[in-house]
Design a protein around this ligand. Sequence first.
Ligand code: MG
Length: 159
Amino acid sequence: MIDFRIGFGYDSHRLEVDIPLVIGGVTIPHDKGCVAHSDGDALIHALCDALLGAAGLEDIGTHFPDNDPTFHKINSKLLLFQVVKLIHQKKYRVHQVDATLLIEKPKLQPFVHHIRQTLAEVLEIDKNAIAVKVKTNEKMGFVGREEGVVAYVVATIVK
Ligand code: MG
């Protein structure tokens, strides 16, 4: 029998001016970025939680506390790399990722290919096993007012 597990992750971050915007490991040219202890990469944080959830390994805040100076302004790709290591230690490998990011501006469609490629390298899987959908929130709520971003990720791992 195949040991196949599904995990779900959610993250949100506040947007403020004069902070670099990093989504899925890619720096996006924009006048606002995510306020965070790390680089504020909501997509990668949700992905980490999805993978940790699938493996029954608690959550990103447990593994990388936001009051730990080690993780101050850390590139979230390094956190994801650590999470993949934990998954591999439990004898699982990442099988598939399906992500949705809500951001009103800028248009991220031109960056999706690069984001998928970047995640594929860290996850050690084919880019075709990674979906990244970017949507606005139709000007509604905090996403619509450009006050923040939201990421939802479903990931599967297999032994
Ligand atoms: Mg976060």
